[in-house]
Design a protein around this ligand. Structure first.
Ligand SMILES: [Zn+2]
Ligand SMILES: [Zn+2]
Length: 132
């Protein structure tokens, strides 16, 4: 791994810590404030490599651009459709339930479940309070 790659990775990790589950474009906009020479392609390439290596989490958003997470612990995401914020849910109970769901799916389809793509959507507390 060369030095240049590490420096870019470090900038991306800083952005990921600062922003709430950002998209590649949001990370790019953030880094560009300090390093105007960085390209969106470079950010994409690094994010792809980091996700591939398991250093960060890629969150598929279906019809919206993927988001990225510095927290690689297995957890669920809940998205507010009003403000666009993503919320983490880490719960052992949920993990148990999901494993049961995996087993039921395996029984009904014969497919051995290896990963899940799940995103929950709703309206967060702040947005609910604002509309009251
Ligand atoms: Zn909200
Ligand atoms: Zn997360």
């Amino acid at each position: 791994m060369n030095k240049r790659y590490s420096a870019q990775k470090m900038m991306i990790e800083n952005s990921l810590r600062k922003l709430n589950h950002p998209t590649a474009t949001e990370i790019y906009e953030d880094i560009r404030k300090d390093y105007p020479n960085i390209s969106l392609g470079t950010v994409y390439r690094n994010l792809g490599a980091m996700a591939e290596a398991g250093e960060i989490l890629r969150i598929p958003m279906g019809d919206a651009p993927d988001r990225f997470d510095i927290n690689i612990h297995e957890h669920l995401h809940v998205l507010c459709t009003e403000c666009g914020n993503a919320f983490d849910s880490e719960s052992d109970d949920l993990e148990d339930i999901l494993e049961q769901v995996d087993r039921l799916l395996e029984q009904s389809t014969g497919v051995r479940i290896e990963s899940r793509v799940m995103i929950f959507k709703g309206i967060c507390t702040d947005c609910r309070n604002m509309s009251e």
